[in-house]
Design a protein around this ligand. Structure first.
Ligand SMILES: Cc1ncc(COP(=O)(O)O)c(C=O)c1O
Length: 371
């Protein structure tokens, strides 16, 4: 008979593009016993999670909920609910996750047009406006923090050009929410999703989503039912709204964890949280530059939560990552797609964004690259 040992996971320091380290308080919350999904204690927790999500999204949107599933479930909920077969959609692609949105739009029957930029660059409102003048779109989609490139898409002025011709602005904040300002209401964004496991620092498994009243109106005007039953916001709204009607069993313990992770962000305060992420990222950038390394993205466009560092000539990037993991229990990632083999991706997200983690990585890199 095969014997199975007790689970024995060696803790790592997670400095990749996610998941990030989870604070002990969040792990303790996760270990509470599950209760029923309509237990009054859980119903109270649902309200708290929604309010705390509104705090990190900086929004008053009524429809603000954690979708059950990872960031991709948030992406799929955003696409499935707001795009009907034949709807014109514009997707801005400057990295891997823009490509994934475009793929989903195609699967849900959207009439897709894309504009593209080299990986590491971003779009201006004028470029989006020009594309919309060529062909208007019901939904315009873009990625705020492109985890594949380390570039941060500025959001100022974007909604204005999209709304001017009646469209909705859909933004992926999987790698940015909680680490850099997203400001859903300030930027007048319509459909915004994220993931629990990056700058929010809960384990993977929930995808926060918020939807503007403008987009909810468009959902009401749909001619066909939402193709995905599981992600249909009109059904999910009956559970997360006042009628509390069963739809699917909420991942109870994941919601405990998300509540605690959001409470940590609330206690620290969003501004302090953003300042910490920026300070640790700047410390990383300047220290790596002092070691002779180059960042892939120009300084004004860099995403504080995820840095792409060019692999120095003659260095075996995979061997470096493997030594960091085996000798220092430290995880960073390699490049994706167009940047495969060319960069390392270093995440400083949520609980992982600590000065001592940067110091640890710098010391380890010096040792590994030095000999
Ligand atoms: C920008 C972005 N969008 C979407 C996703 C997909 O999220 P998940 O892997 O949690 O499904 C990721 C994951 O890395 C991401 O970085």
């Amino acid at each position: 008979m095969t014997s199975y040992t007790d689970l024995n996971i060696t803790p790592r320091t997670l400095l990749g593009p996610g998941p990030s380290d989870v604070a002990p308080r969040v792990l303790r919350a996760l270990a509470h016993p599950p209760v029923g999904h309509l237990d009054p204690q859980f119903v109270r927790l649902m309200d708290e999670v929604q309010n705390l999500l509104r705090y990190v999204f900086e929004t008053e949107n009524q429809m603000t909920i954690p979708i059950s599933g990872t960031g991709s479930a948030g992406m799929e909920a955003a696409v499935a609910n707001f795009i009907e077969p034949g709807d014109p959609v514009l997707v801005c692609i400057n990295g891997y996750f823009g490509m994934r949105i475009a793929e989903m739009v195609g699967r849900y029957g959207g009439d897709l047009v894309t504009i593209e930029k080299p990986w590491g660059e971003v779009f201006s409102p004028e470029e989006v406006d020009a594309a919309l003048r060529r062909r208007p779109a019901k939904v315009v989609a873009m990625v705020h923090g492109e985890t594949s490139t380390g570039a941060m898409q500025p959001l100022d002025g974007m909604a204005e050009v999209v709304h001017r011709q009646g469209g909705l602005l859909l933004v992926d904040t999987v790698a940015s929410l909680g680490g850099v300002p997203v400001g859903v209401d300030r930027h007048d964004l319509d459909i915004v999703y994220s993931g629990s496991q990056k700058a929010l620092s809960a384990p993977p498994g929930l995808a926060p989503l918020t939807v503007s009243p403008r987009a909810m109106e468009s959902l009401k005007r749909r001619e066909s039912k939402v193709t995905s039953w599981y992600l249909d916001l009109t059904l999910l709204g009956t559970y997360w709204g006042s009628s509390r009607m069963y739809h699917h069993t909420a991942p109870i313990n994941m919601n405990y964890a998300l509540r605690e992770a959001l409470r940590l962000a609330y206690e620290e305060g969003l501004e302090a949280c953003f300042a910490r992420h920026r300070a640790n990222a700047e410390f990383l950038w300047s220290s790596l530059e002092a070691m002779g390394m180059q960042m892939h993205v120009e300084p004004e466009l860099r995403l504080p939560t995820l840095t792409t560092v060019r692999v120095p000539d003659g260095v075996d990037e995979a061997a470096v990552r493997s030594r960091l993991l085996s000798e220092f229990n430290l995880e960073i990632a390699g490049g994706l797609g167009a940047l495969k083999g060319k960069v390392w991706r270093v995440g400083l997200m949520g609980y992982s964004s600590q000065h001592r983690n940067v110091t640890l990585l710098l010391g380890a890199l010096r040792e590994v690259l030095g000999g």
